[in-house]
Design a protein around this ligand. Sequence first.
Ligand SMILES: [Zn+2]
Ligand SMILES: [Zn+2]
Length: 179
Amino acid sequence: MTIPSFETIQSYLTIFAAVTGALLAALWISLVIWAFRDMRARSRDPFAQLLAALVVAVLPVVGIIIYLILRPRETLAEAYERALEEEALLQEIEERPRCPGCSRTTESNWLLCPYCHTRLKKACPDCNSLLDLQWNICPFCGNHHIDPYQAEAGEGTAVPPAPTPTNGNFPLPIQEPEQ
Ligand SMILES: [Zn+2]
Ligand SMILES: [Zn+2]
């Protein structure tokens, strides 16, 4: 076995250093590009995008750590999605029915407002479906003979006299459908 000459070792070392250097340079360039793209996904400000790439480029290892610490938490897409979700949530809250008596949100299947006891719906005596107070026909079973069980608390609603005597003020007990 021959001992490799000094020149051979040196050339090996040179090749090794060149390859390592090229790999590191490639890594460095890709990190710079990645930082630029990542910042572009998080900010529309071109200055911020350039700054991110510059920090990573100038400070090889530390720069990427600094960038990862300081970058905006949300991407633009995530922020947009969150805004959409919030808007949908707000709309849902706004679209929920409100009690005419106390303006609190109610559920569409409530007969009475649990807060101020205003009558919100009436039940069809035949099929027990929930009807709007002003309806005098049941759209579900076709019952024509629905007592216009009006909202006792509803002031000024032009409805025939209530079939049940008003026992004091509202709240009235829920009229059980019996027929
Ligand atoms: Zn109410
Ligand atoms: Zn019915």
